[in-house]
Design a protein around this ligand. Structure first.
Ligand code: FAD
Ligand code: SF4
Length: 510
């Protein structure tokens, strides 16, 4: 029987001081193992800034742990003995330290969970996988909530999370007498709207080393490192959050869905990368936002809108991921099979909304929610792009993308590939929506007011083509009754014109 220390592997998105695998361990009987492994950097070709963010945050976290007295065994990417896989590195570390057991917090991803479940058979020591306590809703509680419900609507789940956390509550009633203030939010941009710039964190020496490493090893991946400015420590992530609360929270709700070509981040918080790495805790983030509301620094509609995104959508999405995996990874309820067009990578398209979103994505490893949902996601939906290719793109390009949060958003919310389990209707929209919510159309080579023909905004004909080709699957959805009624009322000639125009555009993609 081995008598060495317990080995605690800490993954790149487990950079939390309160991680469950560390919570009850004593420092003199534990080796923390952190691993930069090639498999994780290349299983999809991640944006260069995403790789730099994760590696730099890991290196900083290892230093913080050491400063707190933990023994940290850190395997760098360019270590010549690095096997390139989690399993290989844990095996080597068990041998190196004569570890008597392995304790690890459950991973966020199905693929890695399968790997962990195989460790007991290959490591020769006991393996304990512990729940990830960094979420409001424990997974067994989500499964219990979902069981037996015909409809798994986020809104009902969200109310439970409000009650459970006490956030924005007055006793057992919601603050302000309503659970949801969306009706007060989501305006289109008005002339002269100028969002304040977010904080930018200049790379320190550790980050500069990592950037050099990424340039040399992954320089052919998508994305730029020129403007890298993400927070890579918990202290900086807190500064980012405080700055958001001080400068943009008050307007967050109102302009949540607005898009401006010259403002890549609008009034958004930019906290998803830090939250998903574990640098910030979702409840602490929401408590700070609630405190700003209670001080009178932000209206209730903005604070409630933000809190709903974090303890509502984020938690619900995570639960839905584990509920629907592994089937979700291959779900394709609308039989969409078109390959991803090259311009998703190059941005070279006459569609200004897409060109601008791809440009922002390349520059920042970031696009805000409505660009993801109503520009890229909407286009993929109505043009019938293959969900697996679309999901692989989203997973690769965003700094906050991990499969547990990316896949349900892409396959469920954006593409309806899950058959509508997550969203009660597909988020399909024509150019009119984009024109109302952005300034993209003004400078576009297409004309958003034209419905068909070579100069017409492609979103217009694609929207009707999407409804038409999915009549069997979608026309009984009560939330689509109105558009289908409009489609049926059109003359045969008009409908044929839309279909011909959409098919001419789709042919250019093939
Ligand atoms: C197609 C698509 C793909 C997406 N992929 C990801 C992803 O890979 N990783 C990711 O974290 N989010 C993803 N989202 C959700 C959302 O777009 C991002 O969380 C958000 O844009 C991050 O920027 P922010 O921190 O400035 O968010 P804000 O707009 O300021 O919102 C605040 C926080 O709310 C949470 N949030 C809001 N909406 C969602 C949501 N739908 N799901 C989960 N959390 C949410 C995030 O933690 C976010 O940081 C995706 C959405 C869509 C439609
Ligand atoms: S006209 Fe159409 S393609 Fe051009 S920016 Fe507007 S919505 Fe996009």
């Amino acid at each position: 029987m081995k008598t060495g220390p317990v080995l605690v592997p800490v993954l790149g998105d487990q950079l939390s001081p309160a991680l469950s695998s560390l919570a009850d361990r004593s420092r003199n009987d534990t080796v923390v193992l952190m691993m930069e492994v090639a498999d994780e950097t290349t299983y999809v070709r991640h944006h260069q800034a995403k790789i730099a963010l994760i590696l730099s945050a890991m290196r900083h976290f290892a230093e913080d742990l050491r400063a707190q007295g933990w023994q940290v065994d850190y395997v760098a990417l360019d270590d010549p003995d690095n096997t390139g896989s989690f399993t290989g590195e844990v095996q080597r570390a068990v041998q190196r330290h004569g570890a008597r057991g392995v304790e690890v917090t459950e991973p966020g991803e199905w693929r890695v969970r399968q790997m962990f479940d195989g460790w007991a058979g290959v490591l020769g020591v006991p393996v304990r996988v512990m729940p990830d306590t960094r979420f409001v809703c424990a997974l067994p509680d989500f499964m219990a909530w979902a069981q037996g419900r015909r409809e798994l609507r986020m809104e009902w789940f969200y109310r439970d999370m409000r009650r459970q956390t006490g956030l924005l509550m007055q006793g057992d009633q919601p603050e302000g007498g309503r659970w949801n203030f969306d009706a007060d939010n989501r305006s289109g941009p008005e002339a002269g709207l100028t969002p304040p710039a977010p904080l930018h964190f200049a790379p320190d020496a550790v980050t500069q080393d990592v950037i050099a490493l990424v340039r040399s090893r992954f320089g052919n991946h998508f994305g730029s490192l020129e403007r890298f400015g993400w927070p890579v420590t918990r202290a900086d992530a807190m500064r980012l959050l405080d700055h958001f609360i001080a400068t943009r929270l008050a307007d967050f709700g109102r302009w949540q869905d607005a898009m401006l070509a010259d403002h890549d981040t609008m009034f958004h918080a930019l906290v998803a990368p830090a939250l998903n790495l574990g640098l910030l805790d979702p409840v602490e983030v929401c408590r700070k936002v609630e405190a700003a509301y209670r001080r009178g620094d932000a209206p209730l509609a903005a604070a409630e809108g933000f809190v709903r995104q974090v303890i509502g959508w984020r938690e619900y999405i995570r639960g839905m991921y584990w509920l629907m995996m592994p089937d979700l990874a291959t779900a394709n309820a609308l039989d969409a099979t078109r390959d991803l067009p090259d311009f998703w990578w190059t941005g070279e398209t006459r569609m200004r909304c897409i060109a601008q979103t791809v440009r922002a994505t390349r520059d920042n490893a970031y696009a805000h929610h409505i660009q993801r949902l109503m520009i890229m996601g909407n286009f993929a939906l109505i043009a019938g792009l293959d969900p697996q290719q679309v999901a692989a793109w989203f997973l690769a390009v965003y700094a906050d993308a991990y499969e547990w949060v990316e896949l349900p958003n892409v396959a469920g919310m954006a593409l309806h590939a899950d058959g509508g389990r997550l969203a009660s209707k597909p988020y399909a929209a024509s150019g009119a929506y984009i024109s109302r919510m952005s300034d993209y159309c003004k400078g576009c080579q297409y004309n958003v007011k034209l419905k068909t023909g070579p100069d017409a905004c492609p979103f217009n004909a694609l929207y009707w083509h999407f409804l038409d080709r999915n009549t069997e699957r979608l026309s009984r959805n009560p939330r689509l009754a109105q558009p289908y009624a409009t489609w049926r009322r059109m003359s045969d000639d008009k409908r044929a014109e839309y279909v011909t125009s959409a098919e001419a555009f789709l042919a250019t993609l093939d």
